[in-house]
Each structure stands twice: as C-alpha cells, then as structure tokens.
Design a protein around this ligand. Structure first.
Ligand code: PMP
Length: 372
C-alpha cells in the first residue's frame, strides 16, 4: 500500500548522507570525547568539526554553539538559564501565546518562581504586531522569547524588527528557531538575537540532539540547568553523544548548500497542493504571504480532522502539532488566532520536505478530493 508522508514539521526522515556520516561513530570511533587517548581525541575533533558546521548554518562562530538533547532542552536552558542570571535587571518576560509548549510551560514555571510573564496575542493572521509588542515593554522587562516560524501554521515572525528593539533597550532576545533553521534565511550577524534554539530531527538529522546558540559579542551567559562533568563550558554537563552531534553537523552542512533549493521546492509543493484542493471548501490559517512554504494549516468547512485521519490512512499529516496531539484539547495556537473550537477540530496540518515529490502531492490531492 502506498503511504505518503506529509508531516515534516513533526519530524523529518534522517538524510541517508547523514546516516552514513554517523555510522563510524557507533562502530569504530566510539571513544568518549573527554578521554585523553587517541580514540577520545578523534571523537572530540569530530564534535568540533560538527560544531563549526552547525554554527555556519546560522552564520555563528563554533564557540557560540552549545549542544543539547533537542529544542525542548535548548528552550528550557535559554529561558531558565537567562532568567536566573539576569534577574537583577528585572523580572518581566514577554512571549507570544502561539509559542511551542517548551517555551510556554517554561514561562509558567518561571512565573511560579516570581517572574512576571506577558503572553501576547497575535493578530488574526498569526503575526505579532510591533505596536502591541512595544506597548507591552516595561522598565523591568529582561527577556523576550518569540519563535521564528510557527510549527502549526508556518507563520514567520519579524524577529529582526523585534530583536532590534530589544537590543536597543538592553533586553535579552531568545528565538525558538526549530522550524526555521536551515529552511528560511537566518543570519545571526544581521539579527541581534542573543539566544536561539533548534533541533536535529526537524532538519534531516537524528532525534535527541539540538543546539542553543549563545551570542559571544556582546557576551550572553546562561546559568547551567544540568550539573556534572562540566562539558560544554560547564553550561550543559553530560557525555557528548558524538554520533548524534556528527549527524547534526552533517545535516547543517547539507542545508547550508541546499537551503535555497529546498525553499523553492517547498513553494512548488504548497502551490500544487492548494491548487489541487480548489474543489473543496477550506481556509488557510495564517497569512500565507508571511508563511514558511513547508507548513500549511487548513481548516475545512465540513470535515472533522480526526475523521480525515481515520479515513485517509495512506496519508501522514498532523492535527495541530504532533507534540500537542496527546489530548482532545483544541490547539492553543489556533485559538490564539481566534478560531472557534469547532474550527480547530476541522483543522489539519500538512507539511512538506526534502523528499516530498510532486507525484506524492498528486496522490494526496486524489485522496482528499475523492472524499469531496
Ligand atoms: N519548538 C518548536 C517550534 C517545535 O516545533 C518543536 C518540536 N515539535 C520543539 C520546539 C521541540 O523540539 P524537540 O521535540 O526536538 O525537543
């Protein structure tokens, strides 16, 4: 039976080139990178080479990259670590209601510790209004966390504008760039972002590895959240998983060369898919002109998302985001865009990627429209 994967925003398959690069680090080069012998040194060199490739993808120095287990950990480390160190500057944090739960729940945790958090509501098109943002700034605002590309709608926030405002006021700026790194242009030498998180498994790398970018000039610090052997400059203790890091590095190196081509391919996929659905009544969530082309959030007029999942078993697509599909609660992202519960229940997320073919899009269109 044919099966078409349209859930790249949840996770991507690992690129075969990445797998090849990882394999020797299971078999031969298995030394602990902290060991002093030749095998250890080999692992350490491979990690430093990967660190360089990871940095290059976002135009960062290798020394600005801290490896974590993924974006959840990177977001936790960024927010808790910065809040802890910079609280003397103020205890107010600003974020957006459409952030990933790894940011929102971390903020709720910080509230319990005495921080005040403003959760801004985006406009109906998903974008944060700059005026609303400026109005929310306070004298004691210490940190702003705003994601680059939304994982449910693909909406792109103007992080450059926001980061320019925060840097002028001496406020730290963190962005969850899990859905944007390697997918849309992102250059930390042009955007004054202080902290940036992302994950390997959204960019054709392995699961269980991610990174936090930590600006060096001007220098930004975070308080460690994991203590132990002092790896990663004492910021994130734990034996470094060489194979995972090598995989992430290779995934980043490939995207550095192929990003523009991928973006074009995704645009073609999205256009074709939307055209193919013309006979069905639906609405795209988020301002399509300001969305990453790899993610489409669609609300059908007459179809329930869960019924579609049941009936279209040959297609893999999401309802809300994979991380949220544990329950029946309507998506907090769609609700923040003003959708009613019934509209949320009629919403699916389709996401395309490197291995999506136009033939697969045709197949998916046939599946959807056969029910129309
Ligand atoms: N942020 C965003 C925007 C995401 O899409 C995800 C993954 N769904 C995460 C953070 C968390 O990433 P991970 O599961 O790799 O920790």
């Amino acid at each position: 039976m044919r099966y078409v994967y349209l859930d790249y925003a949840a996770t991507t398959p690992v690129d075969p080139r990445v797998i090849e690069k990882m394999l020797p680090f299971f078999r031969e080069h298995y030394g602990n990178p902290s060991s002093v012998h030749a095998l250890g040194k080999m692992a350490k060199d491979a990690i430093e080479s990967a660190r360089y490739d990871v940095g290059q993808l976002i135009h960062a120095e290798a020394s600005e990259v801290i490896f974590t287990s993924g974006a959840t950990e990177a977001n936790n480390l960024a927010l808790k670590g910065a809040a802890s160190l910079y609280q003397s500057k103020g205890k107010h944090i600003i974020t957006l209601k459409t952030e990933h739960l790894s940011v929102l729940d971390t903020c709720r945790e910080l509230e319990k510790q005495g921080f005040a958090v403003t959760y801004l509501t985006p406009e109906k098109n998903g974008i944060l209004s700059i005026e609303k943002f400026e109005a929310a700034l306070r004298k004691d605002t210490m940190l702003v966390s705003l994601m680059h590309v939304n994982n449910e709608t693909g909406v792109i926030q103007d992080i450059e504008k926001i980061a320019n405002i925060t840097s002028q006021r001496g406020i730290l700026f963190h962005t969850d760039a899990t859905q944007s790194v390697g997918k849309i242009a992102l250059d930390v030498t042009k955007i004054p972002v202080d902290l940036l998180s992302f994950s390997g498994h959204k960019i054709y790398g392995p699961k269980g590895i991610g990174a936090l970018y930590l600006r060096r000039k001007p220098r930004v610090h975070v308080a460690a959240q994991l203590h132990g052997g002092g790896q990663e400059r004492g910021i994130r203790s734990g034996t470094l998983p060489t194979h995972q890091i090598v995989g992430l590095g290779e995934a980043c190196r490939i995207l550095k060369n192929e990003r523009a081509e991928l973006e074009q391919h995704l645009q073609i996929c999205r256009e074709k898919f939307l055209k193919g659905l013309h006979s069905i009544s639906f609405k795209v969530n988020g301002d399509i002109e300001k969305c990453f082309p790899g993610i489409l959030s669609i609300s059908f007029e007459h179809w329930k998302a869960r019924d579609l999942v049941e009936r279209l078993k040959t297609l893999a697509f999401g309802i809300g985001s994979a991380c949220l599909s544990k329950g029946t609660e309507p998506s907090h992202v769609l609700k923040a865009l003003g959708l009613a519960d019934s509209q949320c229940a009629n919403t699916i997320r389709v996401s395309f990627g490197r291995f999506t073919t136009l033939d697969e899009i045709d197949f998916a269109i046939d599946q959807f429209t056969a029910r129309g």
